[in-house]
Ligand binder design. Structure first.
Ligand SMILES: [Zn+2]
Length: 499
């Protein structure tokens, strides 16, 4: 994600219901409960993410989602939806908690049998006809609506555009759109089937697999991902759009989704993507997915978002004259870099967010240096000056402060952007460019299609550098104060130079 730097009206945000992570019942306790006549009330669960303790659910691992949406042409009306979840239990489950908070559930089936369900907090708690044993497969079918109109004070999930819908689920809003295990640590395969009226085009992550026209003039568009994906990176676009195709490096399918009326004016930006892909591949290696492209939406999100294989951008980024060309280019590269850093290699927990944003900012800045003569060292010196203040406001890079109440995307603070690119700059200063480049390539190779933690990065960096960097990273990632910059003893933070 990258916030668009322009003044926006402050939205009123309400505090959402806070939920508490509750440990799974031990197997013996669970067996006892089955025998009891009155089971305890369903409780919302989480996996205990420090920043979002209610997200995700214990006791199972999702292999795939198959999500069908029926859109009737009015983005103020709920869509009909069927979400099928193929999961495997990892613990004895008497109940299965899903994250889902903004739609009406009509029915739930588990392995073909009707299951009882109740909504509590931001969870949909499902009670299968019989308890589920560890290792057992669960096919969960939820028939529900998916409401594109945000609840009062909430944000994220569906984004209503001038001509339809797009999706922006980061960090914790996928469960406002479909029932899921809404945490990046449980990546899964996705199939989307979107039925929309004549005249509208639907596109989702991955590649198209089918397109069926219906008698009434509507069409069902089906897409499937070829690589596992986090729920926060799902994208479904419905609108009066054109899909513009071209080839990237090694024949990679590049398809951009833009408002049809803007396709000519946007072309000068769209045609840059293959070159940007080639530039990133030279830096870190082969592009990790089956396709790429930009989705340019007629919406005011206030940010751009690295939805997997199809990054979401606000149309205004490309049409407002005050943004210089080099700047827009570098933002395009920021979201592209996320496909490696954040999408292919996903954070294990949201405290690892600096690994996403630090790297995306790094390549954004490096691109601006190489293509537009905006020196990285100047940007990093400026970041260094502000770094102590950023750490005071947002916490150190790898131990960010909790989101402000009711403003969950407030974890996207300067300390995880330039404040964390600064950590990478310090690393390169410390170990030299050849070792730094090896780390970057090894990182996206070793953890491709998976999850990784800050400790994993420290371990891999130490390995590639041939020495223990534990102390170096401890100071840079967890320190309240910014350590001295290797090679730049004259650099000062604003607190030390009296500004
Ligand atoms: Zn970002």
């Amino acid at each position: 994600m990258l916030l668009t730097p322009r003044p926006k009206a402050t939205r009123t945000k309400a505090l959402r219901t806070r939920r508490v992570a509750v440990a799974l019942l031990a197997a013996s306790a669970s067996a006892a409960l089955i025998a009891a006549s009155a089971p305890p009330p369903a409780t919302p669960l989480g996996i205990g993410d420090r920043l979002f303790p209610h997200l995700g659910n214990p006791g199972y691992d999702v292999a795939s989602y198959d999500i069908a949406f029926t859109y009737r042409g009015d983005n103020s009306k709920p869509l009909d939806a069927v979400t099928k979840i193929d999961a495997r239990a990892t613990a004895p489950l008497e109940r299965v908690n899903l994250d889902f908070a903004h739609g009406k559930v009509r029915s739930v089936e588990v392995n073909g049998k009707a299951a009882r369900f109740v909504g509590t907090g931001e969870d949909l708690v499902v009670t299968p006809a019989a308890p589920v044993a560890p290792g057992e497969r669960m096919l969960i079918t939820v028939r529900h609506t998916s409401d594109p109109v945000a609840a009062k004070g909430a944000e994220g999930g569906w984004v209503r555009t001038g001509d339809g819908l797009a999706m922006a689920n980061q960090a914790d809003a996928a469960h406002l759109v479909f029932p899921c295990n809404d945490h990046p640590s449980d990546k899964a395969d996705f199939t989307f089937r979107i039925t929309a009226p004549k005249g509208l085009t639907a596109v989702a992550n991955g590649l198209p697999v089918a397109r069926t026209r219906h008698g009434g003039g509507g069409t069902t568009w089906s897409y499937r991902t070829r690589h596992p994906m986090a729920t926060e990176l799902a994208q479904v676009s419905i609108g009066r759009s054109s899909v513009i195709r071209r080839k990237g490096p090694n024949g990679l399918p590049v398809r951009d989704v833009v408002p049809t009326k803007d396709r000519k004016t946007l072309e000068r930006w769209l045609k840059k993507t293959p070159g940007q892909l080639g530039w990133m591949e030279k830096k870190v290696g082969r592009y990790p997915f089956e396709a790429y492209g930009v989705l340019i939406a007629q919406a005011q999100t206030g940010y751009e978002l690295e939805t997997q294989t199809l990054s979401l951008f606000e149309r205004e980024l490309f049409t407002r004259p005050e943004y210089p060309e080099w700047y827009v280019d570098s933002i395009m590269v920021h979201e592209l870099a996320h496909q490696w850093f954040g999408d292919s290699v996903s954070p294990r927990s949201w405290s690892d967010l600096w690994l996403n944003e630090g790297h995306a900012t790094w390549y954004e800045a490096l691109y601006a240096q190489e293509k537009a003569q905006r020196p990285l060292a100047v940007r990093m010196r400026d970041a260094y000056r502000q770094s102590d203040a950023w750490r005071a406001a947002g916490g150190p890079p790898a131990a960010p402060k909790e989101p402000a109440p009711g403003q969950k995307i407030s974890i996207f603070r300067p300390v995880v952007y330039d404040g964390s690119a600064l950590v990478l700059y310090a690393l390169r200063q410390e170990i030299g460019q050849p070792a730094f480049d090896r780390i970057e390539r090894a990182w996206v190779h070793e953890y491709r299609d998976g999850n990784a933690t800050t400790d994993d990065f420290v371990r891999l960096a130490s390995q590639e550098a041939g020495r223990d960097l534990g102390g170096f990273f401890k100071a840079w990632l967890y320190g309240e104060k910014t350590p001295p910059m290797p090679g730049h003893p004259d650099w000062r933070t604003s607190t030390t130079d009296g500004k």
